[in-house]
Design a protein around this ligand. Structure first.
Ligand SMILES: Nc1ncnc2c1ncn2[C@@H]1O[C@H](COP(=O)(O)OP(=O)(O)OP(=O)(O)O)[C@@H](O)[C@H]1O
Length: 600
């Protein structure tokens, strides 16, 4: 019940409709119990004494009962449907909002397919139960009370005899619930895993095909599918065991009633009408008891689903704004960044040493900071900390002297433009992709940003230009084209701080050089963090920091670093030592003849 209490906020505001729907069903069921009484009157008061004049009135009464009953059934269906759908709507919104709030760390381990199944199948389970299943379960309880009360008024000894079976039925139903709940829990988890497989396979289809790993992927899928099938087989076994048992017990009481009741009619201590009414009522009570299995089924399914939804909804948010966080005045922000002895270790990687250790940096507004280092050396971690993707473990980071943990998260991130290593584009038009961070941007602003990112040219060559839909639903773009759109997206806002995390790696040097010139122009007086593996990208930075396994091993300008032994000089030698003139080549002459990696 804790689970439904946990979800109360999502359905309790419609409690009127909920109880209305329950009452509608209860009244409809109670009216159903009138039929056996009408039958009793027909037999005992009309057929046996031969007084047929009341039959028409009785028939009219039966028809009226049918009409009123249908009306109440409609109330139950209509209101129940409303409660269920409103609940599902609210839950979907709440889950989606929660997904927006959750920090980067949550997504480090979350699986897309699993989350998708929570937002679809699990919500559907809850919708069905709260909308209908709950009323039906309650109705079964009410039917037992009403039905047996009415039976008591007809003949209490016979009623008592049939009642003996009820505790047995209750016991079996509880055992059934206990057995079926874990099965449903593992079915829900198996659905999640199956969805993850399919989703990952579709996302990674190019990798799968290029490595010819289709058979392996099929094997992986089949494994999950076997698991899913086996779970369903266990479910079928539980059903197979309990359903006949429930039906048997329920029918034992009907048989006992017919035996003892029939004997008493022959004896003359019970009227035929009473026996017909009693067996009719017992039939009405037994029918929903038979479906008790289905109802418990719905209850346990939705309990398992509710557990998974609450797990998501109650997930703590690692990085969030505090109540007294400062909202920055956009115009007043300078962009002076300081890292003071900043260290960080990924929570999900206890096995690894800190990803960043004692990181120190003073980047005055207007400076360009370069970060160089081998893969996994901590470059992306450093800029991720600035974005508050994660909060520093030790030390601090300040923006214009204010600890960024005291700044409202949205307000901080608004100051930062970032181009990630992998450029993600939404499946919408190029125009909307570029203006993602500034939805009210004018077409002129969008085109200007695209020009600065060297993207305007190729966009215009596309059949629909800026209206071309890209991403999953649209055109495929090359890695370099995607990067340029991502750069345009970051530049459009003219952020106070720009982070380019290996953002030009897929571009040829000529295009990269042009983008760099544009970035310098747009970002004059603003702060730029440039992560790159190419010396040519970093050499004009005011300070270059060389990282190795989270430690800063060198720092200084290009001119200083090429004069001292170390990783920077080694990288420089590998890339340019035999042709140092190439470094200046693109500065002077952008028509390109040195190193060219034409992939954009
Ligand atoms: N989300 C994450 N969860 C756990 N560990 C992570 C995560 N991101 C990075 N790491 C680990 O932290 C360390 C630093 O990674 P980081 O991404 O900062 O390196 P990098 O210098 O940017 O590398 P690259 O040049 O390959 O992008 C690595 O050991 C990496 O495995």
């Amino acid at each position: 019940m804790d689970i439904f209490r946990g979800l109360k906020d999502y359905y309790w505001q419609n409690k009127g409709l909920l109880w209305g729907s329950v009452a509608g069903l209860a009244i409809a069921t109670a009216l159903g119990l009138v039929y056996p009484l009408l039958l009793k009157t027909l037999i005992d008061d009309m057929i046996i004494p031969g007084r047929y004049e009341g039959v028409t009135g009785l028939t009219l009464l039966a028809v009226s009962v049918i009409v009123v009953k249908a009306g109440f059934q409609y109330v139950h269906g209509f209101w129940g449907g409303r409660v269920g759908n409103r609940l599902a709507y609210r839950l979907r919104n709440a889950c989606y909002e929660k997904l927006q709030q959750l920090s980067f760390s949550y997504y480090d381990t979350a699986r897309t397919g699993d989350l998708m199944s929570r937002l679809t199948a699990d919500i559907e389970g809850i919708r069905q139960f709260i909308g209908f299943g709950f009323a039906q379960l309650l109705n079964t309880g009410l039917l037992l009370v009403f039905g047996f009360a009415m039976m008591f008024t007809i003949d209490w000894p016979l009623t008592l005899m049939t009642l003996v079976m009820i505790p047995v039925l209750g016991y079996v139903a509880i055992r059934f619930e206990q057995n079926i709940h874990p099965v449903f829990r593992s079915i829900r988890a198996a659905v999640g895993r199956l969805t993850v497989r399919v989703q990952e396979n579709i996302m990674g289809v190019r990798t799968v095909k290029s490595f010819a790993r289709e058979p392996f992927e099929i094997k992986k899928f089949v494994k999950e599918n076997v698991d899913y099938r086996d779970n369903h087989l266990s479910l079928a076994s539980v059903w197979a065991k309990y359903f006949p048992m429930i039906e048997f017990i329920a029918n034992v009481s009907v048989a006992a009633l017919l035996l003892v009741g029939g004997w008493r009619v022959i004896e003359g201590t019970l009227t035929l009408g009473d026996l017909v009414a009693l067996s009719g009522m017992l039939g009405l009570i037994v029918a929903p008891l038979w479906t008790l299995g289905f109802q418990i089924n719905g209850y346990t399914q939705s309990k398992a689903s509710g557990e998974r939804l609450l797990e998501l909804l109650n997930q703590p948010v690692a990085v969030k704004s505090h109540t007294k966080s400062l909202v920055l005045d956009d115009d007043a922000v300078q962009g002076h960044i300081r890292f003071e002895d900043a260290s960080f270790r990924y929570a999900n990687r206890d096995d690894l040493p800190s990803a960043l250790l004692g990181f120190e940096l003073d980047a005055p507004a207007g400076s360009v900071i370069g970060l160089l280092g081998g893969t996994g050396s901590g470059k992306s971690t450093a800029v991720g900390l600035l974005l508050r993707a994660y909060d520093v473990g030790e030390g601090s980071i300040t923006l214009d002297g204010i600890d960024i943990r005291h700044i409202e998260l949205q307000s901080l991130r608004k100051q930062i433009g970032i181009v990630f290593q992998e450029s993600f584009l939404f499946s919408t038009s190029i125009k909307e992709n570029i203006s993602y961070g500034k939805p009210n941007a004018t077409m002129d602003e969008i085109e200007e940003a695209a020009r600065l990112a060297q993207a305007d040219g190729f966009i215009r060559e596309l059949p629909l230009g800026y209206d071309t839909v890209v991403g999953e639903r649209g055109m495929g773009l090359s890695g370099g084209q995607k990067q340029r759109i991502a750069i345009a997206r970051a530049l459009l806002n003219k952020p106070k701080i720009l982070i380019m995390d290996d953002a030009t790696s897929a571009l040829d040097m000529e295009t990269e050089h042009e983008i760099q010139t544009a970035v310098r122009q747009v970002m004059a007086g603003r702060t730029v963090f440039m992560i790159a593996h190419r010396i040519s990208t970093l050499r004009r930075a005011d300070e270059i920091i060389v990282l190795e396994r989270g430690h800063t091993i060198q720092r200084g300008t290009h001119d200083k670093l090429v004069r001292q032994p170390g990783l920077y000089l080694e990288t420089y030698r590998i890339q340019y030592a035999d042709r140092p003139e190439d470094l200046d080549h693109y500065e002077k002459n952008a028509d390109g003849s040195g190193e060219r990696r034409v992939s954009g």
